[in-house]
Design a protein around this ligand. Structure first.
Ligand code: ZN
Length: 270
């Protein structure tokens, strides 16, 4: 079996080499374990000072693997609370201005960021808007629709592998949009399309998402008995095909295409 999140890790390592790693990440999708795996890799890429970060063998990487690196700060819920409280986020904000102990950066990991209420998320937003030079933030979530748009817009989103694995990135984004369409929830569709936009895929990768999506619709149409549902799927497929055509002929950008896809699919899903 392929290594979990291997495509994503390759992309992160390439960014680390180029020195273009984002300081704010949102990791949705997959299982809790898969999100943890990907978040840990991002943290290591941000902290390891090696040119081939994360090298896996330097003192930083070793401490990270043992869970004892002082510059990886993991937010934990207070024992009697079901969500994070705004004071915890304010502590992070204060702490982020203090220099790292030994690494080039301090990294704050917030698992299940959907458990931050809007107050806490807004406190988080402030620090993400103007992050101190040597800080970075990784949020994981099982429900990206519960993350404020303002917070999401600050983050690079990277989708964690599901348990099925072996899917390319393109297929995962297509699958997320397809599933949201089947659930007929406009908010989920918007969320899945935002995720695609924020993934900052290469041009061909993005085009493949539209191709995969069209194929998923086509496969579903074949097995669908209900004529309304079949019509809906058919029109959704047409929209995906049309957006791909426009991208190929007019060089339409990823943001515009993902936005148009969200609007069109949400309308059809109603
Ligand atoms: Zn290292």
């Amino acid at each position: 079996m392929a290594q979990r999140n291997s495509t994503q890790k390759k992309r992160i390592a390439a960014q680390a080499r180029r020195g273009t790693l984002s300081h704010a990440w949102l990791v949705p999708g997959g299982s809790a374990g898969s999100r943890e795996d990907l978040a840990a890799y991002i943290a290591a890429a941000l902290i390891c000072p090696d040119r081939e970060a994360p090298c896996g063998s330097c003192a930083h990487c070793v401490k990270l693997a043992k869970g004892i690196h002082p510059d990886l700060i993991r937010l934990e819920k207070l024992p009697d609370k079901s969500g994070y409280v705004v004071e915890q986020v304010r502590d992070i904000v204060r702490d982020a201005y203090v220099m790292p102990n030994e690494a080039p950066r301090k990294v704050y990991l917030i698992p299940n960021a959907e458990d931050m209420n809007p107050n806490a998320q807004n406190a988080m937003l402030k620090i993400m808007e103007e992050p101190p030079a040597r800080s970075a933030f990784i949020l994981t979530t099982s429900n990206s629709a519960a993350i404020l748009d303002t917070v999401r817009s600050r983050c690079t989103e990277i989708l964690a592998d599901g348990e099925e694995d072996g899917l390319g990135d393109e297929d995962k984004y297509a699958r997320a949009i397809f599933d949201s369409f089947l659930r007929r929830k406009p908010a989920d569709i918007a969320s899945a399309c935002t995720m695609l936009e924020k993934a900052k895929l290469e041009r061909e990768e993005f085009d493949s998402v539209l191709e995969s999506l069209s194929m998923l619709f086509a496969l579903k149409i074949r097995g669908e008995q209900d004529s309304d549902a079949r019509k809906r799927l058919f029109e959704a497929k047409e929209e995906a095909d049309e957006l791909l055509r426009r991208r190929l002929s007019n060089n339409t950008g990823a943001g515009h295409t993902a936005g148009a896809l969200a609007v069109k699919l949400a309308r059809l899903a109603k």
